[in-house]
Design a protein around this ligand. Structure first.
Ligand SMILES: NC(=O)c1ccc[n+]([C@@H]2O[C@H](COP(=O)([O-])OP(=O)(O)OC[C@H]3O[C@@H](n4cnc5c(N)ncnc54)[C@H](OP(=O)(O)O)[C@@H]3O)[C@@H](O)[C@H]2O)c1
Length: 238
């Protein structure tokens, strides 16, 4: 296993269920984490809980190119290099096409697809300079298998899957590793506004989802886990 000790790690979506649990786990394993999300209060609370230095968090809307640029500046003011990028930011607008609005469709693409693109433009160059790094995105199983009523979400997550697979091909002559993590239902605030009959108590817990990220971050450098699938047995209400 690779050690996480001292590794510089950027975690987006750190104010969310999976991102916060990941930050806790990686920090506990000795990683030097830098956290971002939109909600400054929750970010600050996590920074204090993890006893991170005051310059280890920055609130940013990742769908804005200028805010991602500022995030990059803040991150590199602390760490010259980036060992690991965990992108756990995302929105879950899951609605049938009849009720899905154009605005919701565009928001979904902005956060789930354009933001990861902006993160690549901002942070990949530093990895390319040293020809190594690890990038983990969380397309979820709906970025692999479509589900009725998830046109916007699946469009964004299939796009994310394809974009990262293409970038992986571009990076084949480097040791930059890209992993697409396909998670099934994880019990988090993600589900608070989704109008589907699901059994949240049967979902994967955010702490367990974070363990899959933690596992990926410690894989030997000689290989790459291109994808990982982790699903609950069944959380569809009968
Ligand atoms: N939960 C699941 O069942 C599940 C399954 C498969 C894949 N996933 C994926 O896993 C990732 C994390 O999900 P989660 O369950 O942890 O959801 P969550 O608890 O709702 O957290 C979502 C995170 O994304 C951040 N975010 C949303 N819009 C943003 C924006 N414009 N700019 C910057 N940050 C933004 C939120 O920040 P603020 O709260 O500060 O706004 C929050 O930190 C998402 O990509 C999701 O699609 C989730």
């Amino acid at each position: 296993m690779e050690s996480l000790k001292g590794k510089s790690v950027l975690i987006t979506g750190a104010t969310g269920g999976i991102g916060a649990a990941t930050a806790r786990l990686l920090a506990a394993s000795g990683a030097q984490v830098f956290i971002t999300g939109r909600n400054e209060e929750r970010l600050k609370a996590l920074q204090q809980e993890l006893q991170l230095p005051a310059d280890r968090f920055f609130a940013a809307d990742l769908s804005s190119a200028s805010e991602v640029d500022k995030l990059k500046e803040r991150f590199h003011a602390v760490f010259p290099t980036i060992d690991i990028l965990v992108n756990a930011a995302g929105v879950g607008i899951i609605k049938p096409i009849d009720t899905l609005t154009g605005e919701e469709f565009m928001t979904t693409l902005q956060v789930n697809l354009v933001a990861p693109f902006l993160l690549m433009k901002a942070f990949l160059p530093a990895m390319k300079d040293v020809k190594k790094g690890l990038i983990i995105n969380i397309p979820g199983v709906l970025g692999k298998v479509p589900m009725a009523g998830a046109a916007a979400y699946s469009a964004s997550k299939y796009g994310l899957t394809g974009m990262m697979q293409s970038i992986r091909e571009e990076l084949k002559r480097t040791d930059i590793r890209i992993t697409n993590l396909f998670l099934g239902g994880v019990d988090s605030a993600f589900w608070d506004h989704i109008d589907l009959r699901v059994q949240r108590e049967k979902m994967i817990r955010a702490e367990e989802a974070a363990k899959s990220v933690w596992f990926l971050c410690q894989q030997p450098l000689s290989g790459v886990v291109s994808e990982m699938v982790l699903q609950p047995f069944n959380h569809q209400a009968i």
